[in-house]
Design a protein. Structure first.
Length: 220
């Protein structure tokens, strides 16, 4: 028997065992991610510690060490999951340019706003947690995969223009991204930081995309 086994306080061990019964080996990671999402929603991406996430998940303070090195590692997992969900929803909205590319582009913009409104905690972890993409390869890849949907959309839309007047598709993708992200962040959030707007965010985005496309010589 080890020293820790001989001298561990029975009452403390009983409390710890009771806490840890709230999860099974396979879902500790998911429980901590869910707890982190709830804390982000209430306090922002910088407003809690990993010990608080453990407490919210109903596990002992040391339990997160089995899945995450530290708080940043937990936040990376939350952000990566967010980007994976984001990519899936953008892809479904774009639908390979159906029913036609300009309508599909509008659908893509709406999906961006819907994600920001319905998943504010993921959105905050993805874009506001200050995570360095260069330090987290899996997170960087998830982010790039989501942006790739916008890039495919821009490639398709640019192909509608005459080759001699066609702008770089990457530039168009970045413009659309900036427009959608700015409106989502300022006016489309699902939390208390949303600013008042005398119209629906979707209407503002539709108008912005329309003006932009007309500037490129495209009309729906």
């Amino acid at each position: 028997m080890s020293w820790s086994e001989r001298h561990d306080n029975p009452k403390r061990r009983k409390t710890r065992d009771k806490q840890d019964r709230g999860y099974h080996h396979g879902n500790l990671r998911e429980a901590l991610i869910e707890a982190a999402l709830d804390l982000i929603a209430r306090h922002g991406p910088a407003g809690f510690t990993i010990a608080e996430a453990a407490r919210a998940a109903g596990v002992s303070p040391g339990a997160p060490n089995r899945r995450f090195r530290d708080r940043d590692d937990l936040m990376v997992a939350v952000a990566r999951l967010g980007f994976e969900l984001f990519e899936a929803r953008l892809s479904a909205a774009w639908d390979e340019g159906r029913p036609e590319p300009l309508q599909a582009l509008e659908n893509l913009g709406h999906a961006y706003l819907t994600f920001a409104r319905n998943e504010p905690a993921h959105y905050a972890a993805m874009f506001e947690a200050g995570l360095a993409l260069d330090d987290h390869g899996d997170l960087a890849r998830a982010s790039e995969n989501a942006f790739a949907v916008l890039r495919r959309a821009a490639d398709t839309v640019c192909a509608l223009m005459p080759a001699k007047s066609r702008p770089p598709a990457l530039m168009v993708a970045l413009h659309i991204w900036s427009l959608a992200h700015g409106i989502a962040t300022l006016f489309g959030r699902g939390d208390g930081s949303r600013r008042a707007l005398p119209m629906a965010p979707e209407e503002l985005l539709e108008a912005g995309i329309l003006v932009y496309l007309e500037g490129l010589g495209l009309r729906r």
